[in-house]
Design a protein around this ligand. Structure first.
Ligand code: SF4
Length: 434
């Protein structure tokens, strides 16, 4: 059953050229090329967010970065900085459709099936430069997954490219996001993977999806079959089951031993929010550790390759000292929370403050499931189900177990009531979506 409380669906994502108005000013989204920035670029963006925004930066679930609190007056100067970094597209339509996530450890993970960065670069160029593709729904997205230890197998995208195979026999599987999971069309050689992904998007557009919100997952079985038919001459039967290449890294933050004497660190931002001085300090430490690239991920965790375990641990110490998550057991990693008030006008609740207070209660109650604290039923922080959802209902929280923010709460309480008797919410919440 769905939640009755109304909320506004914007149906599009902000960009740098098309910012979105929010309770704390304009949100300007920066889409790093192939999900990577150098430490110096991060420092430049952090400084720009301080000067031209309100100092808050979000790491998004699509592995982008959002500068908040920008005004109409400061926007041109922020654009100048983003442009100097080569991150400003020539059109807002080309920017909007460049909606692409790639494996965060691409090119540095010795266990990856294929370094897919060239495919991702080519696909990004094609998306931004082919006006016929700009008719794609604004949230239509692509994933390019090279396999290896940190795959994107559990993230959703309208068109998925996944490297499969081993040794000399490597192919790229092409999948569509269907209601029941990924509908694999087959596989192609890596050299044509980007072009075939674009052709698949064209085949989707041929179906003339109605409404800006229509996505691949909204197509009927007939619609998916039409795309399959349109692409049949371009795609070979599946070379290998892509599910067999799902990654093996149990931990996502902390020191990651990649094998072959290579190390990386994963550094999490609580709820994806970082402040500019925090980010600038971290990026400065990374530069001092000779980190070349900082890699963004949909888990709001930044990754960086380091020269040794010693260097990695030193960087993690520095990150922890400025408020980042470096402990894989930190309860904050299991909690998603939207910005809430005052940044968003759809709630009066201090969502992230309450989420932190909730995190402090978790160890006492031995609750190990996932939690989503949402200001309203829109559920911006997490669309998938969580074991426990607290969703804002005026000044109280509706409680949903094993569901999403849009589901109907079974009970409600103020945060003070929940904190006074947390057992009532933790005791019966089942673990499901770890
Ligand atoms: S989920 Fe949170 S951020 Fe999204 S509209 Fe509701 S209150 Fe605002």
């Amino acid at each position: 059953m769905k939640h009755a409380a109304p909320f506004e669906v914007k149906g599009w994502c902000p960009g740098a050229l098309k910012p979105m108005q929010s309770g704390d000013g304009l949100i300007v989204r920066v889409r790093p090329r192939c999900g990577r920035l150098s430490p110096d670029e991060l420092i430049a963006l952090a400084e720009a967010a301080q000067r031209f925004g309100n100092g808050h930066i979000d790491l998004t679930r699509r592995a982008n970065l959002q500068i908040r609190g920008v005004s109409e007056e400061t926007l041109p100067r922020l654009h100048a900085v983003i442009g100097r970094l080569g991150l400003l597209d020539s059109t807002s339509q080309g920017e909007a459709v460049r909606n692409l996530m790639i494996s965060p450890l691409a090119g540095i993970d010795p266990t990856e099936v294929l370094d897919i960065r060239d495919i991702a670069r080519k696909l990004a160029r094609m998306l931004a430069s082919e006006p016929t593709l700009w008719a794609l729904p604004s949230k239509f997205g692509f994933i390019v997954d090279g396999g290896g230890r940190l795959t994107l197998a559990n993230e959703r995208a309208d068109v998925r490219l996944a490297a499969v195979g081993n040794g000399a026999k490597i192919a790229v599987a092409i999948g569509l996001d269907a209601q029941a999971g990924t509908d694999w069309l087959g596989s192609v050689v890596p050299a044509i993977a980007a072009s075939v992904a674009v052709e698949t998007a064209h085949a989707f557009l041929e179906l003339k999806p109605t409404g800006a919100g229509q996505r691949m997952r909204d197509l009927s079985a007939d619609g998916l079959a039409s795309i399959r038919l349109a692409m049949a001459s371009r795609i070979d039967p599946l070379a290998l089951d892509p599910r067999k290449t799902v990654g093996s890294l149990a931990r996502r933050v902390g020191l990651l031993e990649l094998g072959s004497s290579r190390f990386a660190v994963g550094i999490g931002a609580p709820f994806g929010r970082v402040e500019t001085d925090q980010l600038a300090k971290l990026a400065g430490e990374m530069a001092a550790c000779r980190v070349k690239e900082v890699r963004l991920s949909p888990w709001r965790i930044l990754y960086a390759e380091v020269g040794s375990a010693l260097a990695g641990n030193a960087l993690l110490d520095a990150a922890r000292s400025v408020g980042f998550i470096t402990d894989p057991g930190d309860p904050l990693l299991r909690i998603e929370a939207c910005p809430g008030a005052p940044a968003c006008r759809s709630t009066r609740l201090d969502i992230r403050g309450d989420a932190r207070r909730l995190a402090a209660l978790l160890p006492r109650f031995g609750f190990e499931g996932t939690i989503h604290v949402s200001g309203c039923a829109k559920g911006c922080a997490k669309s998938a189900a969580a074991d426990l959802v607290l969703v804002g209902l005026e000044d109280r929280y509706g409680i949903v177990r094993n569901g999403a923010a849009g589901d109907c709460p079974t009970s409600s309480a103020s945060f003070a009531e929940l904190a006074a008797d947390p057992d009532t919410i933790f005791a019966s919440a089942e673990r499901r979506s770890r």
